[in-house]
Structures are given as structure tokens and as C-alpha cells.
Ligand binder design. Structure first.
Ligand SMILES: CC(C)(COP(=O)(O)OP(=O)(O)OC[C@H]1O[C@@H](n2cnc3c(N)ncnc32)[C@H](O)[C@@H]1OP(=O)(O)O)[C@@H](O)C(=O)NCCC(=O)NCCS
Length: 231
């Protein structure tokens, strides 16, 4: 009798790029990739750094689709049968594309949270708050941002943004994993999480897929030069 054919692992590509220090000509080239609606949205950012990150993230997503042979839809959206996610933080952008399943990616700058304890009280589960309390001096901020980015990545994979109660997405560390979720967000074992530090940012990726299904995440840093050249 033939062995049942095991499903191949789900492939997730994540491309990461710095969005600081553009030359004007480079920035204009990235802008020329975007549609009118995206350019309108970009112009509404008051901070130049945020505007540049928005433009860079959307140009990076188009570059990613082209590189992976995925046809982009209207406004550069992924085709209906693929899930993609993008993030633009202060100075860093990333795009994730999964061959199957629901994917979410989030990046945050480590210097970006003004009042850690106030946000932590609302966003973290009691066990996570305890991890922060016993963290070594100077490590609590990064740990909070690890939890936060992972929760945002889960929430983005679910298409919920900030609508989900973040304290209900309960995480454990080493390895980073989901241990409990709000109703209708799947079983914790359906979730694959990965995160890492890139310079002074934290990045997290979440994939919801059938429990036990293998996942291969390919992290790649992209230079602005490659993006502009389209290579
Ligand atoms: C709407 C939200 C998803 C945006 O998150 P963010 O961290 O500000 O922004 P990101 O750059 O990571 O993600 C933005 C992208 O998420 C996607 N997105 C927006 N709403 C989404 C939703 N409901 N579900 C999934 N993805 C969504 C979009 O692609 C968006 O990019 P675009 O606006 O350029 O098209 C939401 O979680 C939010 O507003 N978060 C606030 C973050 C915050 O307060 N951080 C401070 C604490 S560290």
C-alpha cells in the first residue's frame, strides 16, 4: 500500500528593508510604482519618516510579488488565493507572503513606546505582565515590544487590526508561541510565530495554518538599491 502523501510545508517569504536615508531620486522612483490612491494616502502622513516608510512598504510589496512570480491585483493587492501582509514602522518596512494560510507581519521601533506600563496594562495578559516585571533592567521595553508585535501579527493575520482584545492573545516565550486566544481565533496550535530583532526594531510574523502542518519561513533583507533596480 502506498504511504499517504504528506502535504509540503507552507512557504512564507518575508522581505525586510530599511526605509531611512533615501535620496530624493530613489524616493521618486519608489513613488512611481504606486497608484493614485496610495499616493494620496502617502501625502496625508504628516511625518516625512512615516510617509517614506509607507511608500517603501508598498513598493517593496510589489517588488516581492514580482520576484516570487505572483501577479499583483488592483492597488498592488495580492491575488485572491494568496495572503500577504505588510508593515511600516519608523525606519523599517517588511512584507510577508504565504503560499497558504493567513499571514500577518508587524514591526515596531524599540524607541516608540512612551508609557510602557500604561500600554502593558491593557495589552498584556497577567503572565506576560509578570514576565515584564521580573525582566532585567533595560530588557522590559524590548520584551513588551516582542509581545506587542506578535499580538499585532496575529491580529493582522485574522484581519482584525486593533479590534481584537490584545490581552486575550496570550503568549509564552522561548520559543515564542500562542497559548490562548479570544473566541473564534482558532486553536493556539494552529499558530506559527517567529520574531527577531533587526537593528533597533523588532519584527514578528504570525501564520495560521492547520495544526501540525510544516512551515518554512525565509527571511531576507533587501537593499534599496535592489528595489530600485528591480533585481
Ligand atoms: C490598523 C493596524 C493594523 C495598523 O498597525 P500599525 O502597527 O500602526 O501599522 P503597520 O504598518 O504595522 O500595518 C499597517 C498595515 O496593516 C494592514 N492592515 C490595516 N488594517 C488591517 C486589518 N484590520 N487587518 C489586517 N491588516 C490590516 C494594511 O496593509 C496596513 O498598511 P497600509 O495602511 O499601508 O495599507 C492597527 O493594529 C493599529 O492601528 N495599530 C496601532 C499600533 C500602535 O498603537 N503601536 C504603538 C504600541 S507599540
Amino acid at each position: 500500500m502506498r504511504e499517504p502523501h504528506a502535504s509540503p510545508p507552507i512557504d512564507v517569504a518575508i522581505h525586510v528593508m530599511s526605509s531611512d536615508a533615501f535620496l530624493r531620486t530613489e524616493y521618486e522612483l519608489l513613488e512611481s510604482e504606486l497608484c493614485d490612491a496610495e499616493l494620496d494616502r502617502a501625502r496625508r502622513f504628516r511625518s516625512v519618516r512615516h510617509r517614506q516608510a509607507y511608500v517603501a512598504a508598498h513598493a517593496l510589496q510589489r517588488w516581492q510579488f514580482a520576484r516570487l512570480g505572483v501577479p499583483a491585483g488592483e492597488r498592488g493587492a495580492p491575488p485572491a488565493d494568496r495572503r500577504a501582509s505588510l508593515t511600516h514602522a519608523d525606519g523599517l518596512v517588511a512584507c510577508a507572503l504565504a503560499s497558504e494560510g493567513a499571514v500577518g507581519v508587524d514591526a515596531e521601533w524599540l524607541g516608540g513606546v512612551a508609557d510602557l506600563s500604561a500600554v502593558a496594562r491593557h495589552a498584556l495578559a497577567p503572565g506576560e505582565q509578570e514576565c515584564l516585571r521580573i525582566a532585567a533592567p533595560g530588557e522590559a521595553r524590548e520584551l513588551f515590544i516582542r509581545f506587542w508585535t506578535a499580538k499585532e501579527a496575529v491580529s493582522k493575520a485574522l484581519g482584525q487590526g486593533l479590534a481584537l482584545p490584545f490581552e486575550g492573545i496570550v503568549l509564552a516565550q522561548d520559543p515564542l508561541r500562542v497559548t490562548a486566544l479570544p473566541p473564534a481565533c482558532g486553536h493556539p496550535h494552529e499558530w506559527h510565530l517567529e520574531d527577531r530583532r533587526v537593528g533597533d526594531h523588532r519584527l514578528a510574523l504570525a501564520l495560521r495554518r492547520p495544526e501540525g502542518r510544516g512551515v518554512v519561513v525565509r527571511w531576507e533583507t533587501v537593499t534599496l538599491e535592489r528595489l530600485v533596480r528591480g533585481t
